[in-house]
Design a binder for this molecule. Structure first.
Ligand code: B16
Ligand code: MG
Length: 218
């Protein structure tokens, strides 16, 4: 059977942790007197923790010391982790298990390619850790999305050439990263936001078994 590499982003693809990131960042922004909308939150998707705080500070025209910056990063993550601690497998997005099971049945290598440093903790909470042949996350990269590093490492770890990889991504930066890596990008979300992806679906319920099989065969 043909072997393709299937690389999944985490937040917004497997689980909707964006809402927890938003709540945690929003509280922090409020303490700093910065208004921060859901629209702006869209721009934080797929973006590293450091870069996210830099963006929020820029929106609020604030400059802070490195010491306070580090302190705020720690605070945000503690808050975020308190939401994660309550997660279970009910939070896996619809039809993700169907697609993961099909890929396993068809003996296709599966990797995670996430910007999050909390990826393993989240996968453990939702019981999906063993579904991945490789996990590449924010701890393994030096360059954040839209740099393709995370996906190139993910492909290497499952021994598949980049051009034979398919990436599922919900963020603008992540789709750009997949395209730059010369991979097929499947945007999960709206066509208006992710128009640069090879294919776009609003969620996995729209992705048929036949479509997955056609990706493997071509
Ligand atoms: P952490 P993904 C990304 O996950 C999130 O979309 C982004 O909002 C977050 O800032 C980033 O992870 C870092 O997360 O603070 O947990 O290290 O979409 O790449 O799976
Ligand atoms: Mg994402």
């Amino acid at each position: 059977m043909n072997k393709k590499g299937f690389i999944f982003d985490l937040d917004g693809v497997i689980v909707d942790t964006a809402k927890y990131h938003f709540l945690a960042w929003q509280r922090l922004a409020k303490d700093l007197d910065i208004d921060f909308t859901e629209e702006e939150n869209e721009q934080l998707k797929g973006v590293s923790r450091v870069r996210s705080l830099e963006k929020i500070l820029a929106w609020g025209n604030k400059t802070i010391s490195q010491e306070l910056f580090n302190e705020l990063m720690g605070k945000k993550n503690e808050e975020y982790l308190s939401f994660i601690a309550e997660m279970d497998d009910n939070e896996i997005l619809p039809d993700v298990p169907r697609v993961l099971n099909l890929l396993k049945e068809m003996e296709q290598p599966i990797s995670l390619g996430s910007a999050s440093k909390n990826a393993r903790t989240i996968l453990k909470r939702v019981n999906l850790l063993s579904s991945f042949d490789a996990i590449v996350d924010g701890n393994d990269v030096t360059k954040a999305k839209p740099d393709p590093e995370v996906f190139l490492i993910a492909a290497k770890e499952i021994n598949v050439k980049p051009e034979d990889c398919i990436v599922f991504e919900d963020s603008v930066a992540g789709v750009t990263a997949a395209n730059t890596a010369n991979m097929i990008s499947i945007g999960i979300g709206s066509k208006e936001v992710l128009g640069h992806a090879t294919y776009v679906f609003s969620d996995f319920t729209e992705i048929s078994d036949d479509f997955i099989k056609s990706l493997i065969e071509n």
